[in-house]
Design a protein around this ligand. Sequence first.
Ligand code: CA
Ligand code: CA
Length: 509
Amino acid sequence: MPTPEQQAKAAQLLTGPDWYRHAVFYEVYVRSFADSNGDGIGDLDGLTGKLDYLKGLGIDGIWLMPIMPTPFKDSGYDIADYRAINPDYGDMAAFDRFLAAAHDRKMRVLVDLVLNHTASTHAWFQDSKSSKTSAKADWYVWSDTPSRPDIGCGTYGPTFGDSAWTLEPARGQYYFHRFYPDQPDLNYRNPEVVAETLDIAKFWLTKGVDGFRCDVIGLLFETATSCELVPETVDYIKKLRAVLDSFPDRAMVAESGLGTPVAYFGSGKDMFHMAFDFPYGYFGWNFAFAAKTRDQVFKAIADTDAYPAGAQDATLIGSHDVARAYSRALGDLSRQRRAAEISMFMKGTPFVYYGEELGLHPGAQFVVDNRDFARTPMPWTTPQNHGFTTGKPWIDFGEAADQTNVEAEDKDPDSMLAFYRSLLAFRRGHAVWDTGDLKLIDVDNSGILAFTRTSAEESYLVVESFSDEPQDGTAKSDLRAGDLVRGNATIAGRRITLPAAGSAVFRSK
Ligand SMILES: [Ca+2]
Ligand SMILES: [Ca+2]
């Protein structure tokens, strides 16, 4: 548990416009978190009932995956109405109750803003597809043929199909969709679309949300040669930032591309406050938590040297789009712990994906697509549908939910939940982890990652082993270790000795 002094310092850091640099966020799939009315579907009242659990874990902010009405062809990333609540999750009154309850606990709320495309059932698309002369005829991207010379991109990966163009018989034209055919891309070259989507942002900010996670925001505009963060999209993001800046203490985080997100920060104060560090979080994309060397992590951290002043990395090891951290660690809990530690000791703002703190195992059933393997219901207890619902869950629980649940892990001091609580408590109120300088240390053994974190007040040395065997190595520069404050390792001069899968933090100031 954090000390009262840590809590007081954290409260101070979380006040004012830089709050987001000092927060720990938690990504929630409302549908799978907690069901309040027995219909088997998680909802906003259910989530409100779990806020004290999240507070106790050390969470300061919640990112809600889409909560708006949807035909659910892409789990809510296909929005049919941007100013309403998905009736499966409750209504606007339930949202207001949730927001007030979060704010009462000094927790912030980010809403998922999905602006690149709408659901095909959205009234705008229904109008647009009806004829070439309808009121919203030009709100989407149309072509007489299944291609257009000014749009040089196809679909976004194999999940989403073969072609980015689908024929709409009523209009006799093809529409562009970067993702599923049920997700037509909006036409941002139409000023009405720009004005309307900025107004949607304003609507939610006026309601009191603390900001946004912006879905595939780099893909808004297309050109013949590029479809990610072209200059027109940069201009739009600056307009969106200006809307946020007209409200006090708001922040937004970009779902950037898979490379370095550096371009999403602009000058450091005119585009995104935060961007996800996928080169770290999704490193290797597959099962790189099981890597034997530090190389990919080293490179991802080194990439952040190019960030402009003011940029804040958003670190993560999992999300709704990739396999569970447990799976990516090949079921080796020490590997997941190592990946989580590095993400929380790096410079940045950590995001925890729901269930990650339990080491949640994957599911085996899918309703929408195979990403559902990482979107199974949160198991709160061992018996009775794991406390998720009194009815039949909308999708099966993941594997091993009898052992991997909050109730069981609460009782086990060696559980993943105990580990996450300890890790978050360790960081709490120490701004050095959020914003202190990070310096990588070259060690003559690529199985060892070492870096320092330094602020005016504090200085730490972090060492992490990538090996399941004991390791040692010699740093190429002098080490200033100080006292061992977490984990287990030995430092003698420049020599670092770590036990199997070991890690340690030393404090010298
Ligand atoms: Ca429900
Ligand atoms: Ca687009």
